[in-house]
Write a protein of this length. Structure first.
Length: 347
């Protein structure tokens, strides 16, 4: 869809987008994917304001000139932030993201992920802002019936985190119909790696994601990596995931935003590389990249984990003129390892 327009004058068009003094408001802008998306927005000449409560995000990861520290569940605080800037569009990341924690404390997840999102929608309406990109998740698919997963695959989340993402997607559909909101939900598979230029990167406290945990084991910061389940119906019995580089994910947000602004985006896109790796394959890639021993302990399955999640990213590739630049695991792990070493030196 993009290609016809492409031949017109894409550069011109991009410099026009950069000329508007309207900002893109990025909630959760100090977080892992939010901060990388801000970097890509700035690279496209967009003006940005980040919003974050800094509960999980890091101030130093925010590369734009404006950061408002506020919680999305605080409607009055949020209203002040919205009134301070001319905002043309919102990218909404602010959310709790740990599946295991969502099983233990669902109320926390529904409160933050739904109430926060509803507050953002309320203020968008108050201020006449009609464009929203929503940070959704492959967790909305639950245990998929077939792989790779297309957007038309039924959504049947199996944990409160996934359900909170699915519920908000449905809220967006209703608000689109009722209020003319233009929205896109991006269903991420497994975000991984760090900024190619090494300026920003992944820092979760506590860390729950596989690649940084394996690299911490390689660095001697953990005694071992525990594999959560070795009896899945997969190639080697361990969980299969589609790891997408965070810069590719970030670029997809910019592409989706431009597609909505130009009026041709679909409401949902899967974002992955379309290839699955087992936990053993991830550990092997980390061994090759680091050249270190990585002790492994085999443990039980983690509740709420589906056996395999692999994207069919064709729709995003067709509509958004977007291609992941990282198409295999090892280069992704390299950026994560480089960041971890540099970040270790900084802290
Ligand atoms: N995993 C694991 N050990 C860990 C962390 C994760 O075996 O310490 C597995 C997990 O069961 C899943 C895969 O690694 O199959 C990716 O998990 P992660 O938490 O990174 O992302 P998720 O797919 O849960 O969003």
């Amino acid at each position: 869809m993009r290609s016809a327009r492409h031949q017109t004058s894409l550069e011109n068009e991009n410099s026009m987008r950069g000329m508007t003094d309207e900002r893109v408001l990025v909630t959760g802008g100090a977080g892992y994917i939010g901060s990388h998306t801000i970097k890509q927005l700035l690279a496209r000449g967009r003006k940005v304001v980040a919003l974050d409560n800094l509960s999980a995000g890091h101030r130093e990861m925010v590369l734009c000139d404006e950061l408002v520290v506020v919680d999305v569940t605080d409607l009055d605080g949020l209203r002040q932030a919205f009134s301070r800037y001319r905002i043309g569009a919102v990218i909404h990341f602010a959310a709790h993201t740990a599946v295991g924690e969502s099983v233990e404390n669902p109320e926390k997840y529904y409160r933050n992920n739904l109430l926060g999102g509803l507050n953002v929608l309320r203020l968008m309406q108050e201020r006449g802002i009609r464009t929203l990109i929503f940070s959704s998740s492959a967790a909305v698919y639950g245990e998929p019936r077939s792989i790779p997963i297309k957007e038309a695959h039924p959504a049947a989340p199996v944990n409160p985190y996934g359900r909170s993402k699915r519920m908000f997607e449905e809220i967006l559909t209703d608000c689109g119909t009722a209020y003319g909101l233009q929205h896109v939900s991006l269903r991420y598979f497994n975000a991984a790696g760090s900024d190619e230029e090494g300026q920003i990167g992944e820092r979760h406290e506590p860390e729950t994601h596989l690649i940084p945990i394996v690299l911490e084991a390689a660095a001697g910061l953990r005694p071992h990596i525990e594999i959560y389940g070795t009896d899945y119906p997969t190639r080697d019995g361990t969980g299969v995931r589609d790891y997408i580089h965070v810069d590719d994910l970030a670029r997809a947000h910019v592409a989706a935003l431009e597609a909505v602004e130009d009026g041709y985006a679909a409401p949902v896109y899967n974002l992955g590389i379309g290839r699955g790796y087992t936990v053993h394959q991830v550990i092997d890639a980390c061994r090759r990249v680091t050249g270190r021993e990585i002790p492994v302990v085999e443990g039980p399955r983690r509740p709420g984990d589906p056996p395999a999640l692999v994207a069919d990213p064709e729709r995003a590739m067709g509509d958004l003129d977007w291609r992941p630049r990282f198409t295999t695991l090892e280069p992704i792990v390299k950026t994560a390892w480089r960041w971890m070493q540099a970040d270790g030196v900084r802290s």
